[in-house]
Design a binder for this molecule. Structure first.
Ligand SMILES: Cc1cc2nc3c(=O)[nH]c(=O)nc-3n(C[C@H](O)[C@H](O)[C@H](O)COP(=O)(O)OP(=O)(O)OC[C@H]3O[C@@H](n4cnc5c(N)ncnc54)[C@H](O)[C@@H]3O)c2cc1C
Length: 465
Protein backbone atom coordinates (compact mmCIF):
# COMPACT_ATOMS: atom_id res chain seq x y z
CA UNK A 1 0.00 0.00 0.00
CA UNK A 2 1.42 3.42 -1.03
CA UNK A 3 1.01 6.97 0.30
CA UNK A 4 -2.11 8.65 -1.16
CA UNK A 5 -3.09 12.20 -2.06
CA UNK A 6 -6.68 12.72 -0.95
CA UNK A 7 -9.15 15.62 -1.18
CA UNK A 8 -10.33 17.46 1.94
CA UNK A 9 -13.49 19.46 2.52
CA UNK A 10 -11.48 22.72 2.37
CA UNK A 11 -10.77 22.01 -1.29
CA UNK A 12 -7.06 21.35 -0.64
CA UNK A 13 -5.37 17.99 -0.97
CA UNK A 14 -3.72 16.26 1.95
CA UNK A 15 -1.32 13.34 2.11
CA UNK A 16 -2.15 10.08 3.83
CA UNK A 17 0.83 7.93 4.66
CA UNK A 18 0.87 4.26 3.79
CA UNK A 19 1.00 3.58 7.54
CA UNK A 20 -2.17 5.57 8.23
CA UNK A 21 -3.94 3.76 5.40
CA UNK A 22 -2.73 0.37 6.65
CA UNK A 23 -4.00 1.17 10.15
CA UNK A 24 -7.34 2.23 8.73
CA UNK A 25 -7.53 -0.96 6.70
CA UNK A 26 -6.66 -3.04 9.77
CA UNK A 27 -9.55 -1.53 11.72
CA UNK A 28 -12.13 -2.67 9.14
CA UNK A 29 -13.99 -5.95 8.75
CA UNK A 30 -14.81 -5.05 5.14
CA UNK A 31 -12.45 -4.17 2.27
CA UNK A 32 -10.46 -1.01 1.65
CA UNK A 33 -9.85 -0.39 -2.05
CA UNK A 34 -7.32 1.97 -3.63
CA UNK A 35 -6.90 2.87 -7.34
CA UNK A 36 -5.47 -0.13 -9.16
CA UNK A 37 -6.92 -2.71 -6.75
CA UNK A 38 -9.11 -5.51 -8.06
CA UNK A 39 -12.78 -4.44 -7.86
CA UNK A 40 -11.82 -0.73 -7.55
CA UNK A 41 -13.39 0.10 -10.93
CA UNK A 42 -16.54 -1.93 -10.35
CA UNK A 43 -16.93 -0.40 -6.87
CA UNK A 44 -16.82 3.16 -8.23
CA UNK A 45 -19.25 2.42 -11.07
CA UNK A 46 -22.83 3.53 -10.48
CA UNK A 47 -26.05 3.43 -12.50
CA UNK A 48 -25.58 6.71 -14.37
CA UNK A 49 -22.98 6.11 -17.10
CA UNK A 50 -22.09 9.84 -17.12
CA UNK A 51 -20.45 9.55 -13.70
CA UNK A 52 -16.78 8.58 -13.90
CA UNK A 53 -15.18 9.59 -10.61
CA UNK A 54 -12.11 8.16 -8.90
CA UNK A 55 -12.13 8.13 -5.09
CA UNK A 56 -8.74 7.93 -3.37
CA UNK A 57 -10.13 5.26 -1.03
CA UNK A 58 -13.25 3.09 -1.10
CA UNK A 59 -14.42 1.39 2.10
CA UNK A 60 -16.73 -1.53 1.39
CA UNK A 61 -18.36 -1.66 4.82
CA UNK A 62 -19.27 -5.05 6.26
CA UNK A 63 -21.34 -3.60 9.11
CA UNK A 64 -22.03 -0.66 11.39
CA UNK A 65 -18.61 -0.81 13.01
CA UNK A 66 -16.97 -0.19 9.62
CA UNK A 67 -19.28 2.76 8.98
CA UNK A 68 -18.33 4.27 12.36
CA UNK A 69 -14.59 3.75 11.69
CA UNK A 70 -14.89 5.24 8.19
CA UNK A 71 -16.78 8.33 9.36
CA UNK A 72 -14.33 8.89 12.22
CA UNK A 73 -11.36 8.49 9.86
CA UNK A 74 -12.90 10.90 7.34
CA UNK A 75 -13.63 13.47 10.00
CA UNK A 76 -10.17 13.34 11.52
CA UNK A 77 -8.60 14.22 8.14
CA UNK A 78 -11.52 16.41 6.91
CA UNK A 79 -11.84 14.18 3.88
CA UNK A 80 -14.41 14.63 1.16
CA UNK A 81 -16.96 11.85 1.80
CA UNK A 82 -19.37 10.14 -0.59
CA UNK A 83 -21.92 7.62 0.69
CA UNK A 84 -23.18 4.89 -1.63
CA UNK A 85 -26.43 3.07 -1.01
CA UNK A 86 -27.87 1.62 -4.21
CA UNK A 87 -25.87 3.94 -6.51
CA UNK A 88 -28.96 5.07 -8.43
CA UNK A 89 -28.77 8.76 -7.64
CA UNK A 90 -28.66 10.56 -11.00
CA UNK A 91 -26.29 13.36 -9.85
CA UNK A 92 -23.77 10.70 -8.78
CA UNK A 93 -23.27 11.81 -5.16
CA UNK A 94 -22.51 8.18 -4.28
CA UNK A 95 -18.99 8.54 -5.64
CA UNK A 96 -16.41 11.33 -5.38
CA UNK A 97 -13.17 12.36 -7.04
CA UNK A 98 -10.17 12.02 -4.78
CA UNK A 99 -12.04 11.55 -1.49
CA UNK A 100 -13.32 8.67 0.64
CA UNK A 101 -16.25 6.65 -0.67
CA UNK A 102 -18.24 4.85 2.03
CA UNK A 103 -19.82 2.00 0.11
CA UNK A 104 -22.69 0.19 1.82
CA UNK A 105 -23.49 -2.10 -1.09
CA UNK A 106 -22.32 -5.17 0.88
CA UNK A 107 -24.69 -4.37 3.76
CA UNK A 108 -27.89 -5.99 2.53
CA UNK A 109 -29.30 -8.01 5.35
CA UNK A 110 -33.09 -7.82 5.75
CA UNK A 111 -34.94 -9.24 8.75
CA UNK A 112 -38.70 -9.55 8.50
CA UNK A 113 -41.00 -9.87 11.50
CA UNK A 114 -44.05 -11.42 9.84
CA UNK A 115 -46.14 -11.22 13.01
CA UNK A 116 -45.40 -7.62 13.89
CA UNK A 117 -45.33 -6.77 10.14
CA UNK A 118 -42.04 -4.90 10.20
CA UNK A 119 -38.73 -5.27 8.38
CA UNK A 120 -35.28 -4.05 9.31
CA UNK A 121 -32.93 -3.64 6.36
CA UNK A 122 -29.31 -2.52 6.13
CA UNK A 123 -28.37 0.64 4.24
CA UNK A 124 -27.03 -1.07 1.11
CA UNK A 125 -30.21 -3.05 0.46
CA UNK A 126 -31.93 -2.61 -2.90
CA UNK A 127 -35.68 -2.79 -3.42
CA UNK A 128 -35.12 -6.13 -5.16
CA UNK A 129 -33.42 -7.50 -2.02
CA UNK A 130 -36.09 -6.03 0.23
CA UNK A 131 -39.09 -7.27 -1.75
CA UNK A 132 -37.55 -10.73 -2.05
CA UNK A 133 -37.48 -11.07 1.73
CA UNK A 134 -40.80 -9.40 2.56
CA UNK A 135 -42.74 -11.11 -0.22
CA UNK A 136 -41.85 -14.48 1.28
CA UNK A 137 -44.44 -13.50 3.89
CA UNK A 138 -46.87 -11.76 1.49
CA UNK A 139 -45.81 -8.36 2.82
CA UNK A 140 -44.46 -5.16 1.28
CA UNK A 141 -44.07 -1.47 1.85
CA UNK A 142 -44.04 1.40 -0.63
CA UNK A 143 -40.78 1.03 -2.53
CA UNK A 144 -39.18 2.22 -5.76
CA UNK A 145 -40.49 0.71 -8.97
CA UNK A 146 -37.11 -0.63 -10.15
CA UNK A 147 -35.51 -3.46 -8.20
CA UNK A 148 -31.86 -2.27 -8.41
CA UNK A 149 -32.60 1.11 -6.78
CA UNK A 150 -31.35 1.51 -3.21
CA UNK A 151 -33.78 1.69 -0.30
CA UNK A 152 -31.47 4.27 1.31
CA UNK A 153 -31.36 7.21 -1.08
CA UNK A 154 -34.93 6.62 -2.18
CA UNK A 155 -36.38 6.52 1.35
CA UNK A 156 -34.27 9.41 2.64
CA UNK A 157 -35.62 11.64 -0.13
CA UNK A 158 -39.27 10.50 0.30
CA UNK A 159 -39.93 7.47 -1.87
CA UNK A 160 -42.49 7.28 -4.67
CA UNK A 161 -43.83 3.86 -5.66
CA UNK A 162 -46.84 1.91 -6.85
CA UNK A 163 -48.23 1.53 -3.32
CA UNK A 164 -47.88 5.15 -2.24
CA UNK A 165 -51.52 6.15 -2.75
CA UNK A 166 -52.54 3.39 -0.33
CA UNK A 167 -49.66 3.33 2.18
CA UNK A 168 -47.92 6.69 1.77
CA UNK A 169 -44.34 7.35 0.68
CA UNK A 170 -41.53 4.97 1.64
CA UNK A 171 -40.43 7.37 4.36
CA UNK A 172 -43.97 7.48 5.76
CA UNK A 173 -43.55 3.78 6.56
CA UNK A 174 -40.33 4.22 8.49
CA UNK A 175 -40.47 3.26 12.16
CA UNK A 176 -36.84 3.96 13.01
CA UNK A 177 -33.37 4.38 11.54
CA UNK A 178 -29.87 3.68 12.85
CA UNK A 179 -27.65 6.59 11.85
CA UNK A 180 -23.91 7.10 12.16
CA UNK A 181 -23.64 10.84 12.61
CA UNK A 182 -20.66 13.06 11.76
CA UNK A 183 -19.10 12.51 15.20
CA UNK A 184 -18.88 8.77 14.47
CA UNK A 185 -21.60 7.80 16.98
CA UNK A 186 -24.47 5.44 16.21
CA UNK A 187 -27.86 6.94 17.06
CA UNK A 188 -31.29 5.44 16.73
CA UNK A 189 -33.93 7.88 15.57
CA UNK A 190 -37.66 7.26 15.81
CA UNK A 191 -40.81 9.08 16.84
CA UNK A 192 -39.69 8.83 20.47
CA UNK A 193 -35.89 8.95 20.23
CA UNK A 194 -33.92 11.75 18.54
CA UNK A 195 -37.21 12.82 17.01
CA UNK A 196 -35.69 15.86 15.26
CA UNK A 197 -33.28 13.59 13.39
CA UNK A 198 -36.11 11.18 12.55
CA UNK A 199 -38.09 14.09 11.12
CA UNK A 200 -35.09 15.21 9.03
CA UNK A 201 -34.21 11.82 7.53
CA UNK A 202 -37.76 11.48 6.20
CA UNK A 203 -37.22 13.74 3.20
CA UNK A 204 -33.97 15.55 4.00
CA UNK A 205 -31.77 13.01 2.14
CA UNK A 206 -28.38 11.85 3.38
CA UNK A 207 -27.58 15.19 5.01
CA UNK A 208 -27.46 14.08 8.63
CA UNK A 209 -25.33 10.95 8.64
CA UNK A 210 -24.93 7.48 7.20
CA UNK A 211 -28.07 5.43 7.75
CA UNK A 212 -26.85 1.94 8.55
CA UNK A 213 -30.34 0.42 8.91
CA UNK A 214 -33.98 1.25 8.20
CA UNK A 215 -36.99 -0.25 10.00
CA UNK A 216 -40.23 -0.20 7.99
CA UNK A 217 -43.87 -0.96 8.62
CA UNK A 218 -45.15 -3.66 6.23
CA UNK A 219 -48.57 -4.35 4.73
CA UNK A 220 -50.22 -7.43 3.23
CA UNK A 221 -49.50 -7.17 -0.53
CA UNK A 222 -49.23 -10.10 -2.88
CA UNK A 223 -51.48 -10.46 -5.92
CA UNK A 224 -51.72 -7.32 -8.07
CA UNK A 225 -53.48 -6.42 -11.27
CA UNK A 226 -50.85 -4.62 -13.26
CA UNK A 227 -48.66 -4.17 -16.30
CA UNK A 228 -48.58 -1.96 -19.38
CA UNK A 229 -51.27 -0.47 -21.60
CA UNK A 230 -49.68 0.79 -24.81
CA UNK A 231 -51.39 3.28 -27.16
CA UNK A 232 -50.41 4.92 -30.45
CA UNK A 233 -48.76 8.32 -30.15
CA UNK A 234 -51.44 9.78 -32.42
CA UNK A 235 -53.88 9.51 -29.47
CA UNK A 236 -51.49 11.10 -26.97
CA UNK A 237 -53.21 14.43 -26.35
CA UNK A 238 -56.70 12.95 -25.98
CA UNK A 239 -55.41 10.08 -23.89
CA UNK A 240 -53.54 12.34 -21.47
CA UNK A 241 -56.72 14.41 -21.00
CA UNK A 242 -58.72 11.23 -20.45
CA UNK A 243 -56.12 9.93 -18.00
CA UNK A 244 -56.26 13.20 -16.03
CA UNK A 245 -60.05 13.03 -15.70
CA UNK A 246 -59.94 9.30 -14.97
CA UNK A 247 -57.31 9.57 -12.22
CA UNK A 248 -59.39 12.22 -10.46
CA UNK A 249 -61.96 9.50 -9.71
CA UNK A 250 -59.96 6.33 -9.01
CA UNK A 251 -59.54 4.73 -5.55
CA UNK A 252 -56.23 4.82 -3.70
CA UNK A 253 -55.59 1.17 -4.57
CA UNK A 254 -54.92 2.15 -8.19
CA UNK A 255 -51.38 3.39 -8.71
CA UNK A 256 -50.38 4.47 -12.21
CA UNK A 257 -47.96 6.44 -14.38
CA UNK A 258 -48.46 7.71 -17.91
CA UNK A 259 -45.41 7.98 -20.16
CA UNK A 260 -44.40 9.36 -23.52
CA UNK A 261 -41.91 6.77 -24.65
CA UNK A 262 -40.34 5.00 -27.61
CA UNK A 263 -40.96 1.28 -28.03
CA UNK A 264 -38.02 -1.09 -28.67
CA UNK A 265 -38.87 -1.10 -32.42
CA UNK A 266 -38.53 2.71 -32.51
CA UNK A 267 -42.26 3.51 -32.48
CA UNK A 268 -43.20 6.48 -30.28
CA UNK A 269 -46.10 5.53 -28.00
CA UNK A 270 -48.01 6.36 -24.84
CA UNK A 271 -47.49 3.78 -22.11
CA UNK A 272 -49.62 3.61 -18.98
CA UNK A 273 -48.20 1.56 -16.12
CA UNK A 274 -50.91 0.08 -13.94
CA UNK A 275 -50.55 -1.24 -10.39
CA UNK A 276 -53.85 -2.12 -8.71
CA UNK A 277 -53.66 -3.71 -5.26
CA UNK A 278 -57.37 -4.33 -4.54
CA UNK A 279 -59.91 -6.99 -5.44
CA UNK A 280 -59.21 -8.41 -8.92
CA UNK A 281 -62.78 -8.26 -10.26
CA UNK A 282 -63.13 -4.71 -9.04
CA UNK A 283 -59.81 -3.89 -10.70
CA UNK A 284 -60.96 -5.33 -14.04
CA UNK A 285 -64.09 -3.17 -13.83
CA UNK A 286 -62.04 -0.11 -12.92
CA UNK A 287 -59.64 -0.55 -15.84
CA UNK A 288 -62.36 -1.04 -18.46
CA UNK A 289 -62.59 2.67 -19.45
CA UNK A 290 -58.84 2.83 -20.01
CA UNK A 291 -58.86 -0.37 -22.05
CA UNK A 292 -61.76 0.89 -24.13
CA UNK A 293 -60.14 4.23 -24.85
CA UNK A 294 -59.07 4.54 -28.49
CA UNK A 295 -57.20 1.67 -30.07
CA UNK A 296 -54.68 -0.08 -27.87
CA UNK A 297 -51.42 -1.24 -29.46
CA UNK A 298 -50.96 -3.74 -26.64
CA UNK A 299 -52.72 -4.73 -23.44
CA UNK A 300 -50.17 -6.33 -21.12
CA UNK A 301 -52.17 -5.92 -17.92
CA UNK A 302 -53.18 -8.95 -15.91
CA UNK A 303 -52.99 -10.56 -12.48
CA UNK A 304 -49.40 -10.94 -11.36
CA UNK A 305 -47.41 -11.16 -8.12
CA UNK A 306 -46.21 -7.83 -6.69
CA UNK A 307 -42.61 -8.96 -7.15
CA UNK A 308 -43.20 -9.49 -10.89
CA UNK A 309 -44.69 -6.03 -11.23
CA UNK A 310 -41.58 -4.65 -9.55
CA UNK A 311 -39.41 -6.07 -12.35
CA UNK A 312 -41.11 -4.36 -15.32
CA UNK A 313 -39.53 -0.92 -15.25
CA UNK A 314 -35.89 -1.89 -14.96
CA UNK A 315 -35.94 -3.15 -18.55
CA UNK A 316 -36.44 0.46 -19.62
CA UNK A 317 -33.64 1.75 -17.38
CA UNK A 318 -30.57 -0.38 -18.12
CA UNK A 319 -27.45 0.41 -16.08
CA UNK A 320 -24.61 2.30 -17.74
CA UNK A 321 -26.66 4.56 -20.00
CA UNK A 322 -26.16 8.30 -19.57
CA UNK A 323 -28.87 9.95 -17.47
CA UNK A 324 -29.98 13.56 -17.01
CA UNK A 325 -33.33 14.09 -15.24
CA UNK A 326 -35.47 17.11 -14.41
CA UNK A 327 -38.85 17.27 -12.73
CA UNK A 328 -41.40 19.34 -10.82
CA UNK A 329 -44.75 18.83 -9.20
CA UNK A 330 -47.83 19.93 -11.12
CA UNK A 331 -50.87 21.49 -9.46
CA UNK A 332 -52.91 20.15 -12.35
CA UNK A 333 -52.40 18.36 -15.65
CA UNK A 334 -53.81 21.14 -17.80
CA UNK A 335 -54.61 20.85 -21.49
CA UNK A 336 -51.87 23.37 -22.26
CA UNK A 337 -49.26 21.40 -20.27
CA UNK A 338 -50.26 18.23 -22.11
CA UNK A 339 -49.90 19.97 -25.47
CA UNK A 340 -46.42 21.21 -24.56
CA UNK A 341 -45.25 17.71 -23.54
CA UNK A 342 -46.69 15.86 -26.50
CA UNK A 343 -45.51 18.43 -29.06
CA UNK A 344 -42.00 18.50 -27.58
CA UNK A 345 -41.76 14.71 -27.55
CA UNK A 346 -42.00 14.72 -31.36
CA UNK A 347 -38.35 15.85 -31.39
CA UNK A 348 -37.09 13.41 -28.73
CA UNK A 349 -33.36 13.01 -29.42
CA UNK A 350 -32.77 9.49 -28.02
CA UNK A 351 -35.08 6.48 -27.87
CA UNK A 352 -34.57 5.74 -24.15
CA UNK A 353 -35.51 9.29 -23.24
CA UNK A 354 -39.04 9.47 -21.90
CA UNK A 355 -41.47 11.73 -20.06
CA UNK A 356 -43.36 10.44 -17.03
CA UNK A 357 -46.41 11.78 -15.23
CA UNK A 358 -46.84 10.18 -11.81
CA UNK A 359 -50.26 10.15 -10.21
CA UNK A 360 -49.84 11.08 -6.53
CA UNK A 361 -52.53 11.93 -3.96
CA UNK A 362 -54.26 9.39 -1.74
CA UNK A 363 -52.27 8.51 1.37
CA UNK A 364 -49.36 10.72 0.23
CA UNK A 365 -51.53 13.79 0.67
CA UNK A 366 -53.06 12.66 3.97
CA UNK A 367 -49.79 12.71 5.96
CA UNK A 368 -49.63 15.96 7.91
CA UNK A 369 -47.48 18.67 6.33
CA UNK A 370 -45.29 18.95 9.45
CA UNK A 371 -44.90 15.25 10.14
CA UNK A 372 -41.90 14.71 7.85
CA UNK A 373 -39.42 16.84 5.95
CA UNK A 374 -41.08 15.87 2.64
CA UNK A 375 -42.99 18.78 1.17
CA UNK A 376 -45.53 19.48 -1.58
CA UNK A 377 -47.73 16.55 -0.57
CA UNK A 378 -50.82 18.22 -1.97
CA UNK A 379 -49.59 17.96 -5.59
CA UNK A 380 -51.76 15.54 -7.59
CA UNK A 381 -49.11 14.88 -10.27
CA UNK A 382 -45.38 15.04 -10.80
CA UNK A 383 -43.71 15.36 -14.19
CA UNK A 384 -40.33 13.75 -14.71
CA UNK A 385 -38.25 14.14 -17.85
CA UNK A 386 -35.84 11.23 -18.05
CA UNK A 387 -33.02 12.04 -20.45
CA UNK A 388 -31.34 8.71 -21.21
CA UNK A 389 -28.90 7.96 -24.01
CA UNK A 390 -25.81 5.93 -24.85
CA UNK A 391 -23.32 8.14 -26.67
CA UNK A 392 -21.30 10.85 -24.88
CA UNK A 393 -21.20 12.80 -28.14
CA UNK A 394 -24.94 13.39 -27.66
CA UNK A 395 -24.68 14.86 -24.14
CA UNK A 396 -25.32 18.47 -25.17
CA UNK A 397 -28.18 17.54 -27.49
CA UNK A 398 -30.11 15.41 -24.99
CA UNK A 399 -29.45 17.61 -21.95
CA UNK A 400 -30.50 20.64 -24.00
CA UNK A 401 -33.72 18.89 -25.03
CA UNK A 402 -34.54 17.97 -21.41
CA UNK A 403 -33.87 21.52 -20.21
CA UNK A 404 -35.93 23.01 -23.01
CA UNK A 405 -38.99 20.88 -22.15
CA UNK A 406 -38.52 21.53 -18.43
CA UNK A 407 -38.40 25.27 -19.14
CA UNK A 408 -41.52 25.10 -21.30
CA UNK A 409 -43.37 23.31 -18.47
CA UNK A 410 -42.46 25.85 -15.81
CA UNK A 411 -45.66 27.91 -16.24
CA UNK A 412 -47.62 24.77 -15.29
CA UNK A 413 -45.40 23.59 -12.45
CA UNK A 414 -46.30 24.22 -8.80
CA UNK A 415 -42.64 25.19 -8.38
CA UNK A 416 -42.18 22.33 -5.90
CA UNK A 417 -39.58 19.66 -6.46
CA UNK A 418 -39.13 15.99 -5.50
CA UNK A 419 -35.54 16.01 -4.36
CA UNK A 420 -34.74 12.47 -5.60
CA UNK A 421 -35.30 13.25 -9.28
CA UNK A 422 -33.04 16.25 -9.65
CA UNK A 423 -29.86 15.91 -11.72
CA UNK A 424 -28.59 19.38 -10.78
CA UNK A 425 -27.37 20.30 -7.33
CA UNK A 426 -27.59 24.03 -6.94
CA UNK A 427 -28.96 25.62 -3.79
CA UNK A 428 -32.06 27.02 -5.51
CA UNK A 429 -33.15 23.57 -6.66
CA UNK A 430 -32.68 22.14 -3.16
CA UNK A 431 -34.74 25.01 -1.74
CA UNK A 432 -37.49 24.26 -4.27
CA UNK A 433 -37.95 20.92 -2.52
CA UNK A 434 -38.97 22.54 0.79
CA UNK A 435 -40.98 25.50 2.04
CA UNK A 436 -38.84 28.21 3.70
CA UNK A 437 -40.10 27.08 7.13
CA UNK A 438 -39.16 23.46 6.45
CA UNK A 439 -35.82 24.44 5.00
CA UNK A 440 -35.01 26.44 8.17
CA UNK A 441 -35.98 23.42 10.30
CA UNK A 442 -33.71 21.19 8.19
CA UNK A 443 -30.84 23.65 8.71
CA UNK A 444 -31.40 23.40 12.47
CA UNK A 445 -31.19 19.58 12.30
CA UNK A 446 -28.06 19.87 10.14
CA UNK A 447 -26.49 22.30 12.64
CA UNK A 448 -27.08 19.82 15.43
CA UNK A 449 -25.93 16.60 13.74
CA UNK A 450 -23.45 17.71 11.05
CA UNK A 451 -22.31 21.27 11.81
CA UNK A 452 -19.17 21.04 9.62
CA UNK A 453 -21.09 19.64 6.63
CA UNK A 454 -19.07 16.42 6.46
CA UNK A 455 -22.01 14.92 4.54
CA UNK A 456 -22.18 17.42 1.69
CA UNK A 457 -22.33 15.17 -1.37
CA UNK A 458 -26.11 15.12 -1.50
CA UNK A 459 -28.87 17.63 -2.22
CA UNK A 460 -27.13 19.68 0.40
CA UNK A 461 -28.70 21.50 3.31
CA UNK A 462 -25.89 23.83 4.35
CA UNK A 463 -25.39 24.34 8.08
CA UNK A 464 -26.01 27.91 9.26
CA UNK A 465 -22.39 28.43 10.35
C1 LIG B 1 -33.67 3.46 -12.66
C2 LIG B 1 -34.16 4.34 -11.54
C3 LIG B 1 -35.42 4.14 -11.01
C4 LIG B 1 -35.89 4.95 -9.98
N1 LIG B 1 -37.15 4.74 -9.48
C5 LIG B 1 -37.60 5.50 -8.47
C6 LIG B 1 -38.88 5.27 -7.90
O1 LIG B 1 -39.61 4.38 -8.29
N2 LIG B 1 -39.29 6.06 -6.89
C7 LIG B 1 -38.52 7.08 -6.41
O2 LIG B 1 -38.95 7.77 -5.49
N3 LIG B 1 -37.30 7.32 -6.93
C8 LIG B 1 -36.82 6.56 -7.94
N4 LIG B 1 -35.59 6.80 -8.46
C9 LIG B 1 -34.80 7.90 -7.92
C10 LIG B 1 -34.15 7.46 -6.61
O3 LIG B 1 -35.03 7.72 -5.53
C11 LIG B 1 -32.87 8.22 -6.35
O4 LIG B 1 -32.01 8.04 -7.42
C12 LIG B 1 -32.21 7.74 -5.05
O5 LIG B 1 -31.24 8.68 -4.68
C13 LIG B 1 -31.55 6.39 -5.21
O6 LIG B 1 -31.03 5.94 -4.00
P1 LIG B 1 -29.74 4.99 -4.02
O7 LIG B 1 -29.45 4.60 -2.61
O8 LIG B 1 -29.91 3.94 -5.04
O9 LIG B 1 -28.66 5.99 -4.59
P2 LIG B 1 -27.22 6.49 -4.17
O10 LIG B 1 -26.72 7.16 -5.41
O11 LIG B 1 -26.40 5.44 -3.56
O12 LIG B 1 -27.55 7.58 -3.07
C14 LIG B 1 -28.35 8.71 -3.34
C15 LIG B 1 -28.10 9.76 -2.25
O13 LIG B 1 -28.39 9.21 -0.98
C16 LIG B 1 -27.21 9.18 -0.16
N5 LIG B 1 -27.18 7.90 0.54
C17 LIG B 1 -27.21 6.67 -0.03
N6 LIG B 1 -27.20 5.74 0.92
C18 LIG B 1 -27.19 6.38 2.11
C19 LIG B 1 -27.19 5.95 3.46
N7 LIG B 1 -27.24 4.66 3.77
N8 LIG B 1 -27.16 6.90 4.43
C20 LIG B 1 -27.15 8.21 4.11
N9 LIG B 1 -27.12 8.66 2.85
C21 LIG B 1 -27.15 7.76 1.86
C22 LIG B 1 -26.05 9.33 -1.13
O14 LIG B 1 -24.93 9.87 -0.50
C23 LIG B 1 -26.63 10.24 -2.18
O15 LIG B 1 -26.61 11.58 -1.75
C24 LIG B 1 -35.08 5.99 -9.47
C25 LIG B 1 -33.80 6.19 -10.00
C26 LIG B 1 -33.34 5.38 -11.03
C27 LIG B 1 -31.98 5.64 -11.63
Amino acid sequence: MADQRINTTSGAETGLTATAIEQFKGSLRGELLCPGDDHYDSARTIHNGMIDRRPALIVRCAGVADVMVAVTFARSYNLVVAVRGGGHGVPGFAVCDGGLMIDLSRMKSVRVDPVGRTARAEGGTTWGDFDHETQAFGLATTGGIARPTGIAGLTLGGGHGYLMRTYGLSCDNLLSVDVVTADGRLLTASATENADLFWGVRGGGGNFGVVAAFEYRLHPVSQMLGGLLIYPMAQAKDLFRFYRDYTRTVPDALGSLINLATLPDGTPAVVILIAYSGDLDEGERLLRPLREFGSLLADQVGPLPYIALQSIVENFNPPGLRNYWKSNYLSDLSDAAIDVMVDHYRTVPAPNTHVVIEHLGGAVSRVGADETAVDHREAPYNFLIVGMWADAAEDAKVIGWVRELWGALQPFSSGGLYVNYEAEHDVDRVKAAYSPVKYARLVAVKDKYDPTNLFRLNQNIKPAG
